[in-house]
Write a protein that binds this ligand. Structure first.
Ligand code: ZN
Length: 227
C-alpha cells in the first residue's frame, strides 16, 4: 500500500503511517497542483523526500481544470503551478525517486516541462488523456495508471487496450472513485482487485498474468523489495 500525500501535512502523515510497518506500506510526498495558496515548503519536502519509506514525489503536476475565470488571476495561477511543479521535479531529481504526476487538462504543458527537466521517471496518475498523449508519456519511458473509473466509464477501453501491460499501474485514488460494484462507497485499497480485473477483461488476458505483471511494474517503478 502506497499512501500519497497532497500537501505537507498529509505527506508527513503518510510517512508516519509507513514507519509503523516493517514492509508493505510506503509513502509519496508532495504538493498537489491546485494548492498554490501558500509558499512551497521546499526544505521540509526535501527532507521528507530523502526518507527511506518515501518511494516517489507527488502528487505534483499541473491542473488547469479549476482555474479562476478571471484571465489575470488564471495566468498567475498557472505561473505558480509551474514553479511548484519545477521545484518538485528538482526534489525528485535530487532524491533520485520517480514522480507521481497529477495532470488534468494540461498534458501538453506538463509533457514539455517533464521532457526538459525530469531526470527521473514518472507515472501519470488517473490518466485521462488521449492515445497521442499516452504515447508521449510512453516515449519518455513513463508509466500511466488507471483507477476504478475504468470499471464504469466506457471511454477508457481503447486507452487500456493501447497501453502496454508493462507500462501501466492500477490504483485506487482512494477515497475517491470507488469501482463497480462499490459505487457510492468510500474507496478502499481492497477494491483495487476490481481495477485489475477490468484491465484483464479489456486486454483479454488471464487475471493472474495481469496481477503478476502489475505487481512487477510497481516493484520496479517504486524500487520496492517485498521479499
Ligand atoms: Zn490526483
Amino acid at each position: 500500500m502506497i499512501n500519497v500525500g497532497t500537501d505537507l501535512g498529509t505527506s508527513r502523515d503518510a510517512v508516519a503511517l509507513a514507519e509503523r510497518y516493517d514492509k508493505g506500506v510506503y509513502a509519496i510526498v508532495g504538493l498537489h497542483p491546485t494548492d498554490t495558496e501558500g509558499p512551497f515548503e521546499l526544505e521540509a519536502f526535501r527532507r521528507l523526500a530523502a526518507h527511506p519509506k518515501v518511494v516517489a514525489i507527488g502528487e505534483c503536476g499541473l491542473d488547469y481544470f479549476r482555474l479562476n475565470a478571471d484571465p489575470a488571476v488564471r495566468a498567475a495561477e498557472i505561473v505558480a503551478q509551474k514553479e511548484i511543479f519545477l521545484a518538485q521535479i528538482a526534489i525528485a531529481n535530487e532524491a533520485d525517486k520517480p514522480l507521481m504526476l497529477h495532470i488534468r487538462e494540461a498534458y501538453g504543458d506538463a509533457l514539455d516541462i517533464l521532457k526538459e527537466h525530469a531526470r527521473v521517471k514518472g507515472n501519470s496518475h488517473f490518466f485521462a488523456g488521449t492515445i497521442e498523449e499516452a504515447k508521449r508519456f510512453l516515449d519518455l519511458g513513463f508509466t500511466l495508471s488507471f483507477t476504478g473509473v475504468i470499471t464504469f466509464a466506457k471511454q477508457y477501453v481503447e486507452l487500456v487496450e493501447y497501453v502496454p501491460l508493462d507500462t501501466m499501474h492500477a490504483e485506487t485514488d482512494c477515497p475517491f472513485v470507488a469501482p463497480m460494484p462499490h459505487r457510492g462507497k468510500r474507496n478502499e485499497p481492497v477494491f483495487l482487485s476490481e481495477v485489475t480485473d477490468k484491465i484483464a477483461r479489456i486486454k483479454k488476458l488471464p487475471l493472474e498474468e495481469v496481477e503478476s505483471a502489475l505487481l512487477g511494474n510497481a516493484k520496479r517503478f517504486f524500487g520496492i523489495d517485498l521479499a
